[in-house]
Design a protein around this ligand. Structure first.
Ligand SMILES: [Zn+2]
Length: 556
């Protein structure tokens, strides 16, 4: 017995002695890369080491290899470019995710033929007779045919399915089976503000046009995915974002996003299946009753509550219906809004606010300045979304309040219309991100997907650099065009600021979360017109592989 006991003690001693050394070895090292760290100097490194989900070293390949232990996974990226995981600072991800498993996606389709092919494909692969819904995220100029689909084309693509195709928030095309299922036969059956479209000869085209409210109400008549489909859609949508190098989003809430709509993402989080870090926000739902609703919802939700995968990020972009897209709010409407944001400030809450144009944004800034007299708002990191024509004076006011600006590629789809409306000269400075950067306000990149824009961050990054609309018109001038490093900063460390995460992620530095993507092409040297074709080949979130393709397909 005695020798055995001694032997056991020895083994235990050895394990104890070895434990600290073993814990020092990285879980994963990534070598032979062109790693764009997006640190202060925008420095490039060859290799990095990851332990317990964080970056523990960045160095040459030779030096990082020396850190590896027997258990360390070595990923040789063979000269490829590695970037910090991208963060979209204004993506309606929770809403897009709910329906992702039950929708047909037209983002990036280069022709109407290709788009219709996706409808036919869905008719084959989805349940017989299933609704085929394109909820947005496309634009006619992306198609080489440069036009919308006709009803006959949709019927030909999927004769046995009800088909619904929405364009932005102004138009939708439905097939006869869809009309039948929704019981729409005359204009009286269309939600108010919308009407059935007729061609020059007065014949119904199958389209419905109308204002945003009408189109949202029409969309809400479509069958909702079941809860299981929502959970499935959420997981699939996050993987789709991972495919495009995204590892984080700030979700601004928005129209018609009720507490029930958050349950799918909450379930994915509870199961530990999140592959994108989400900051979520609350929006008012019922016109006039927003304050009571928000007080109730936020009562048990302190700012920042959650963890690194899912965190409460304050109030979303639609705080009251009265102040939503309203250039001339009444004093009563402004007072009601003031009461809410003052309450938010007292509670230490972040908020992001949707505002479309510079001419009327002063009314919002007046309110923020009024709050700021009593409660400094700079530490709360409030932000304004959109504001594509922001003047230097507005940006300076935002700077002095400590307010950030989330910028989306709205002009990618909307630029040609903007040129017609405001003129080519005005369009040259839209959006004035270089002015904003020089003034020193925090700027985040993003898209506003998925109804009004594509969620592809590389489409948005390319648009930052070339200022071209989807139809190919270059409208932005060089004065407001960032360089590649600058655009990447907006989409990483810039976006991280809005959820107080710039010290945890947004760049690849020692101590930060290991969120990164190995790209299919070099973002820094690829021809600008090819940037939208970049994808991730390997995406890590907290050091874990969440997407792997091509040469890395087996590393999951
Ligand atoms: Zn918005």
């Amino acid at each position: 017995m005695r020798p055995f006991a001694i032997a056991r003690i020895c083994v235990v001693a050895t394990v104890f002695a070895a434990a600290p050394a073993a814990a020092q070895a990285p879980d994963t090292i990534l070598v032979n890369g062109k790693i764009l760290t997006v640190d202060q100097q925008f420095s490039t490194r060859e290799a990095l080491a990851i332990r317990d989900g964080r970056i523990v070293a960045l160095d040459t390949t030779a030096n990082i290899r020396k850190l590896a232990g027997r258990q360390t996974r070595v990923v040789d990226v063979q000269g490829r470019t590695v970037i910090p995981g991208l963060i979209d600072s204004h993506l309606h991800a929770i809403r897009a995710a709910q329906t992702f498993a039950t929708e047909v996606n037209w983002i990036g389709a280069a022709s109407l033929t290709d788009a219709l092919g996706r409808i036919s494909e869905a008719a084959r692969t989805m349940k017989p007779g299933a609704w085929l819904i394109v909820a947005g995220g496309w634009n006619v100029q992306q198609f080489k045919e440069n036009r919308r689909p006709t009803q006959a084309e949709l019927v030909a693509a999927a004769p046995g399915n009800p088909v619904y195709v929405q364009l932005g928030y102004g138009w939708a095309m439905l097939t006869p089976l869809a009309y039948k299922a929704l019981n729409i036969t005359t204009d009286a059956d269309v939600p108010s503000g919308g009407k059935m479209e007729r061609d020059a000869s007065g014949k119904l085209t199958g389209g419905i046009s109308g204002g945003q409210g009408a189109i949202i109400a029409l969309f809400d008549k479509l069958p909702r995915p079941t809860f299981d489909e929502q959970v499935d859609g959420t997981k699939k949508f996050f993987r789709e974002l991972n495919r495009l190098a995204l590892t984080g989003v700030y979700d601004p809430g928005g129209n018609n996003l009720a507490p029930d709509d958050y349950q799918a993402v909450f379930k994915v989080w509870r199961r530990g299946e999140m592959t994108v870090r989400v900051a979520y926000t609350l929006c008012g739902q019922t016109p006039g009753a927003e304050f009571e609703e928000l007080k109730g919802l936020a009562a048990m939700m302190p700012q920042g509550f959650g963890d690194d995968m899912l965190r409460f990020g304050g109030l979303g972009e639609r705080i009251t219906a009265a102040m939503n897209n309203n250039n001339r709010p009444t004093s009563a409407e402004k007072e009601q809004y003031y009461q809410i944001v003052r309450w938010a400030a007292d509670r230490g809450m972040t908020l992001t606010m949707h505002w479309n144009n510079d001419a009327s944004v002063g009314q919002l800034l007046d309110i923020f300045e009024r709050v700021n007299k009593d409660v400094p708002i700079a530490p709360l990191r409030w932000s304004i979304a959109h504001l594509n024509d922001a003047s230097a004076a507005t940006l300076a006011r935002m700077k002095s309040l400590g307010i950030g600006w989330t910028v989306q590629d709205a002009m990618y789809f909307g630029g040609d219309g903007y040129v017609q409306q405001a003129g080519a000269d005005a369009a040259k400075r839209v959006p004035p991100v270089e002015t904003g950067r020089k003034i020193g306000i925090p700027i985040g990149g993003g898209t506003d997907a998925h109804r009004v824009a594509s969620y592809n961050p590389f489409t948005s990054l390319q648009w930052f650099l070339d200022g071209r609309t989807v139809g190919g018109t270059a409208i932005r001038g060089p004065e407001e065009t960032p360089d590649r490093a600058g655009a990447l900063r907006f989409y990483t460390i810039g976006s991280a600021w809005f959820s107080f995460d710039e010290k945890r992620r947004g760049s690849l530095e020692v101590g930060k979360l290991a969120d990164l993507a190995v790209l299919s092409k070099d973002y820094m040297t690829a021809p600008v017109e090819d940037i939208h074709t970049i994808e991730s080949l390997l995406t890590l979130v907290g050091g874990k592989v969440v997407y792997a393709a091509g040469p890395f397909a087996n590393s999951q």
